[in-house]
Design a protein around this ligand. Structure first.
Ligand code: HEC
Length: 135
């Protein structure tokens, strides 16, 4: 019994390892999505200096300083909410909603409070990428 359980666990691990190698890493796919949808305003380096940036009353944020502005912690949930448009602040500030971009299969995201929240894969990938470029 114990032996077959171990075998089952191992084969599950092998399967997930395969899946992982086929799918791009969240950071890589986040970088791709960022490049495609966000650089026009936030700039290639995410510092808020994209070609459209000067047209905004509230300028596109420097996205490499999110953690710094938040006392050193990257607020993943808040960032995802902002990209998704939950906050409603986007319409005021000119940041578009990206509902279509982030429509993707749900994956489990474990929030810092330990809650597991089904989250669109692309949204999580964007947040993961942004977290990786914090200064
Ligand atoms: C059409 C221009 C535009 C595009 C494209 C755009 N943004 Fe923004 N974004 C803004 C503006 C303007 C602000 C600042 C005002 C506000 O928060 O509404 C902002 C703010 C943000 C913030 C809040 C930062 C903070 O510190 O509070 C995040 C996160 C963000 N954008 C992420 C993204 C991501 C990720 C993408 C691509 C999926 C994206 N933005 C595409 C204009 C844009």
């Amino acid at each position: 019994m114990i032996r077959s359980l171990a075998a089952l666990t191992l084969s599950t691990l092998a399967i997930s390892a395969c899946t992982a190698s086929l799918a791009p890493s969240p950071k890589a796919s986040g970088a791709y999505l960022f490049d495609k949808h966000c650089t026009s305003c936030h700039g290639r380096t995410a510092e808020g200096d994209g070609p459209l940036a000067s047209g905004f009353a509230i300028p596109p944020a420097n996205l490499t300083l999110i953690a710094q502005r938040n006392g050193g912690t990257f607020p993943t949930a808040g960032v995802m909410a902002q990209i998704n448009g939950y906050t409603g602040r986007h319409q005021l500030g000119g940041m578009p909603e990206f509902e279509e971009v982030i429509q993707s299969p749900l994956v489990d995201w474990a929030s810092p409070s330990g809650e597991v929240i089904p989250t669109p894969q692309s949204l999580l990938a964007l947040a993961t990428y942004l977290e990786s470029i914090q200064q």
